[in-house]
Design a protein around this ligand. Structure first.
Ligand SMILES: [Zn+2]
Ligand SMILES: [Zn+2]
Ligand SMILES: [Zn+2]
Ligand SMILES: [Zn+2]
Ligand SMILES: [Zn+2]
Length: 382
């Protein structure tokens, strides 16, 4: 609560009023925004009495029992309002004489009030402040181009064109380094996405067979036709094929089957599925998901006995080596069997074939437990 006291000598036109009666008994200046004690009716500047009451709660400076605030007596207020007073900043050059009522407003706006320059810390009159700071050598400047903060006085040494340009260059280099790092990150991310989409595309190579009803789930039918062509032999399915690891499963070309084993489950399978390739296994084989963190759904497969009727095929689904489900079917040579399983969340399928009786029409050498698989449908979470 800074108060600019009105000393009696600032009163310009007392016109017979005894200014002495209008003094505050605390600050001895002219009463300013006065209030009074209800008991003794003594007026005080409101700032003075409030300050006093903080130090002396409820006590009137005139020893009244308790201080109760009341309005300044009207005749005092009336006398005050007749006064004309020189501006507080008269000594700084303000020529204004203001009525008592208008004094506060004028002094808060007076052009002669000093303000501190943020550069040189000198007190500068409000009316000169703008001009001063515009030219003050100590005022800090910020370059819009290089962002350097420097004192105006140092322009010639600390912010030359050279300095400004080289600073901008350094910043650009820094930015470009940052951009390069960002770019590097983005490239890595892009690579990862490409790899993901590659493995996704591998599963999706045969788009015609995909039914995507759940957008998070892809149903993939593997018909082996996209394996490298083998005309005169049988080959192992590559250890990684369509995102799955194939263990001890081979595939065969149709022409080879027709030529070498016309009366077998191979040919029946080809006839029923219309593919160029079929897969087959003997005794024990497995398919697992390539990524150890993923699982898939074994939806269905079509299997056929290659040589022996009443051949038992046991299919087991596992996750993390634990048994999820198992199913045994009896297979025949003359017709493939559609096996619907819909096993969720497995990471490995194990096939075991055993038993069976040799078809009297089959070549006597064909006494094996081969099982033909002409299609495998799996579901993948995307
Ligand atoms: Zn006072
Ligand atoms: Zn009193
Ligand atoms: Zn003034
Ligand atoms: Zn200055
Ligand atoms: Zn600059």
């Amino acid at each position: 609560m800074e108060q600019k006291g009105i000393s009696a000598d600032r009163v310009c036109d007392a016109s017979g009023i005894s200014v002495g009666h209008l003094e505050c008994s605390i600050c001895h200046d002219l009463l300013r925004k006065p209030i009074a004690c209800q008991s003794c009716e003594t007026p005080f500047c409101s700032v003075c009495i409030y300050r006093w009451l903080i130090a002396n709660p409820n006590n009137c400076p005139n020893q009244c029992e308790t201080f109760v605030e009341r309005k300044c007596p009207p005749f005092i207020a009336k006398l005050l309002s007749q006064l004309h007073i020189a501006c507080y900043y008269q000594s700084k050059g303000c020529p204004q004489i203001i009525s008592y009522e208008a004094l506060d407003k004028h002094e808060s706006e007076c052009d002669y009030q000093p303000q501190q320059c943020p550069g040189c810390r000198l007190q500068i009159l409000k009316k000169d402040f703008h001009n001063h700071t515009k030219n003050c050598a100590s005022v800090g400047l910020t370059c819009q181009d290089c962002c350097l903060v420097y004192k105006r006085v140092d322009t010639a040494t600390k912010h030359t064109d050279n300095i400004c340009l080289s600073k901008q260059l350094r910043q650009l280099r820094g930015e470009s380094k940052q951009n390069k790092q960002e770019l590097h990150k983005l490239t890595n991310l892009w690579d990862k996405m490409c790899k993901l989409s590659e493995s996704y595309n591998v599963f999706n190579a045969d788009k015609k067979t995909i039914v995507v009803s759940d957008p998070e789930f892809a149903k993939v039918t593997i018909k082996f036709d996209d394996l490298p062509s083998v005309s005169a032999e049988c080959k192992n399915i590559p250890s990684i094929y369509r995102g799955l690891a194939w263990n001890k499963i081979s595939y065969m070309d149709k022409s080879y089957a027709v030529k070498t084993c016309p009366k077998s489950g191979y040919v029946t399978s080809f006839d029923s599925c219309g593919s160029v390739h079929i897969a087959y296994l003997k005794d024990e084989a497995s398919i697992s998901i390539e990524s150890t963190t993923e699982t898939f759904t074994l939806i269905s497969l079509d299997a056929c006995a290659a040589w022996k009727n009443d051949l038992e095929l046991t299919i087991t689904g596992r996750r993390n080596l634990a048994l999820i489900d198992t199913h045994t079917v009896t297979l025949f040579v003359n017709r493939p069997h559609h096996i619907l399983l819909e096993w969720d969340n497995i990471d490995k399928i194990i096939f075991k074939s055993s038993g069976g009786t040799t078809d009297p029409d089959s070549p006597t050498s064909a006494n094996d437990t081969q099982v033909v698989i002409n299609q495998l449908t799996i579901g993948l979470d995307l």
